[in-house]
Design a protein around this ligand. Structure first.
Ligand code: UDP
Length: 364
């Protein structure tokens, strides 16, 4: 059975790190990886292959572009060529980015069975490009691999066939479990002269937060207030950096001794920073899950989340950009009264194994 997995972005790569290793256990499965290059620079892509010791993609492209439609078309064309040559029996797409949707459309148009990893998540917010990618991809998916219970519920409500929905758990947590030793060995705190639990970690990159001057000004105001009491480590996503420069706001966050600005950091360092943070402030999807697994308080600055188990079971709190509530929550973290949290079912490092168990039993 020939399987073609498609990745394009940083979070995609982090969700498939165990695929080749697990696929190799099945003599009748041949697994190949295609990287569209949607994220291409060293610290958003190559660094993960290097430090996680991943086999290089079998097919690698470099398809970027500010214009979404041209980018989708470019990715589809590149994948079409590979599908013609490799003739996979199954294509596997991951997450909710443009590469996910483009690959799904190619599978559909070329008559290849399609599996979607992280299927069924819904923020119910159609202004998010990712939400549209999720809904469109799931509309043409054959095999739904689900990370949390809400995913199963959503897919059932949308009328997807019950026997095609597989609650397998979270492959992003597989990566955390697989590299836990290396994560703990990271020297990033020493390099930054930080003590455990003495700092907050921030990431911010969603268009809803960083694409307007108003959004960026809110972010800068929050940073100014947070850094009165705590050091904030802020690896700046390329999108956010571009927007800060476009609106000539970058100077507004430089020269703050309590703000540690960095380029995006590698996986092992970033996970070590999560592990030892007093709390995390983010608008990322994946980081809501990683902090839940680590039981580190996470404040999510979005009006909604497609990952509700991080709120109900986990360490996440959804606050939008409400400064009063943010500081109330920070106070509860500082005083040790923040909610107690657990880990959602099947976030145990074995999701990739469950996925390949299902795939291995498919008829070719
Ligand atoms: N990440 C990283 N370095 C950083 C910031 C994030 O390795 O400087 C990792 C993070 O731990 C998670 C993934 O990148 O595994 C999340 O990516 P991102 O927030 O860009 O995407 P989203 O999850 O929002 O789609």
């Amino acid at each position: 059975m020939k399987i073609l997995t498609i990745v394009g972005t940083r979070p995609n790569i982090i969700k498939i790190t165990q695929f080749s290793r697990v696929a190799a256990r099945y003599p009748h499965i041949q697994h190949r990886l295609l990287h569209t290059g949607q994220h291409y620079n060293h610290n958003m892509s190559d660094v993960f292959f290097e430090e996680l010791g991943l086999r290089q993609p079998d097919y690698a492209f470099s398809i970027q572009g500010e214009r979404v439609v041209s980018q989708l078309a470019g990715i589809m064309k590149a994948i079409e060529g590979v599908v013609q040559e490799y003739q996979p029996d199954l294509m596997v797409v991951v997450g909710d980015v443009n590469s996910t949707l483009a690959a799904a459309l190619v599978a559909n148009k070329m008559g290849i069975k399609l599996a979607h990893v992280e299927s069924g998540l819904r923020s119910c917010d159609r202004t998010m490009p990712e939400e549209n990618n999720r809904i469109l991809t799931d509309a043409i998916t054959d095999l739904f691999f689900v990370t949390e219970e809400s995913g199963t519920r959503n897919l059932r409500e949308e009328g997807k066939p019950e026997n095609h929905i597989h609650f397998v758990g979270n492959t992003m947590i597989d990566t955390l479990v697989a590299y836990d030793y290396q994560i703990r060995q990271s020297q990033v705190l020493r390099r930054l002269a930080l003590e455990p639990a003495s700092y907050a970690l921030m990431t911010m990159h969603r268009p809803g937060n960083v694409d307007t001057r108003e959004g960026l000004e809110k972010l800068l105001s929050l940073l100014r207030k947070l850094t009165v009491d705590v050091k904030v480590v802020f690896p700046v996503h390329p999108r956010t950096l571009n927007r800060l420069n476009e609106f000539t706001l970058y100077a507004g966050i430089e020269n703050n001794p309590n703000l540690i600005l960095m380029e995006p950091v590698g996986y092992l360092d970033f996970q070590n920073l999560i592990l030892h943070a007093r709390y995390v402030i983010t608008d990322s999807g994946g980081i809501q899950e990683e902090t839940t697994f680590r039981k580190v308080p996470c404040i999510t600055l979005r009006p909604n989340t497609e990952r509700p188990s991080t709120l109900t079971a986990g360490s996440n709190t959804l606050l939008g950009f409400d400064q009063e509530k943010i500081f109330q929550t920070v106070a509860s973290i500082n005083s040790g009264t923040y909610k107690k949290c657990g880990i959602p079912p099947y976030w145990d490092g074995k999701a990739t194994e469950r996925i390949f168990e299902v795939i291995s039993q498919l008829d070719r």
